[in-house]
Design a protein around this ligand. Structure first.
Ligand code: NAP
Length: 278
């Protein structure tokens, strides 16, 4: 069994980005909008802001009150779409219920959509002509490449089908020529499906749900879940049981999480270059 050091892979990626940024004549710029003061979202936004500083990006952390109107939020995004210092725009999700998340995402210029959630970018991913790829699934693909997993013809099971993780994750694996099964909360016989899998990616948000006995010996297990439990953070996989059968496994924390942020920086640097080229 090998525990995948996502933190180290992310640090190497950030070091490479910092080296490249040092040679540029302008700092790549990322704007992160936080609506309200949800504690988890506030931590994610602070981590993203710190990561920007670490690699030498220009970063704007924009806090808006929870009662902001849809029009006010859209106006802020349009301002950033036209701001030359800004290459990437990210709106921290989830948004308060009175706001239309879909319209917010669609208002971000697809050229600055470093989260890769705009329908234009998701459409390109579906057609295997990716532009900006959603950060968490792209970060998982970087992990798999780094540990040397050849996905061609492999049986991959993705548990979870959200727009931001599960669905784009499944398409990423399909684009890599794997055979992909996508499961959701209505899936029958999940354990049987997982027992066939060479690679398992879990993103459901249910603490320690995936049991060690559901995992094939020698499988690769990628745990995207982040669940607070007894003052700690745990994944969606029962790590202690799973690590006994898996060949490779990500820990929580220190697995996928750091890769999501490093990949956001990677996408922002790509946005910088694409804007410069035009
Ligand atoms: P989400 O929007 O709540 O979606 C959860 C998905 O899991 C849904 O498709 C749901 O099925 C499915 N699901 C729920 N319970 C299930 C069960 N018992 N069996 C099978 N499928 C089940 O969640 P998300 O935003 O994708 O996030 C998932 C987890 O990943 C959370 O813990 C989140 O904190 C974490 N996360 C981590 C990162 C990172 O960087 N590490 C990034 C994003 C999210 P239905 O479609 O049927 O409802």
């Amino acid at each position: 069994m090998n525990i995948i050091n996502g933190k180290k892979i992310a640090q190497d990626l950030k070091a490479d980005i910092a080296n490249r940024v040092a040679k540029l004549d302008r700092k790549p710029g990322l704007a992160v909008i936080l609506v309200g003061d949800d504690p988890a979202s506030s931590v994610y936004v602070r981590n993203k802001d710190n990561a920007c500083k670490e690699v030498g990006f220009y970063s704007e952390k924009i806090n808006k009150p929870a009662n902001i109107t849809q029009n006010e939020l859209l106006a802020e995004i349009k301002r950033l779409n036209n701001d030359d210092k800004i290459d990437g725009i990210l709106v921290q999700l989830p948004l308060p219920k009175h706001l239309d998340t879909n319209q917010v995402i669609e208002t971000i210029s697809p050229k600055k959509d470093v989260d890769g959630f705009h329908s234009e970018n998701i459409g390109k991913l579906m057609q295997n002509k990716p532009h900006f790829r959603p950060c968490t699934p792209k970060g998982v693909m970087t992990i798999l490449a780094t540990i040397g997993i050849n996905l061609v013809g492999k049986n991959c099971v993705v548990v979870g089908a959200s727009n931001i993780v599960g669905r784009p994750m499944a398409i990423e694996l399909l684009n890599a020529q794997a055979t992909v099964t996508i499961c959701n909360s209505k899936t029958q016989n999940l354990a049987t499906k997982l027992q066939q899998a060479d690679v398992i990616v879990v993103a459901i948000g249910v603490a320690k749900m995936i049991q060690g006995t559901w995992i094939k010996k020698g499988a690769v297990v990628i745990d995207v879940g982040m669940n607070p439990l007894d003052n700690a953070l745990v994944g969606d996989v029962d790590f202690d049981a799973a690590k006994k059968v898996a060949k490779w496994i990500t820990p929580v924390p220190g697995g996928v999480g750091p890769m999501t942020i490093a990949t956001l920086l990677e996408n922002t640097l790509m946005a910088y270059h694409l804007r410069k080229e035009k």
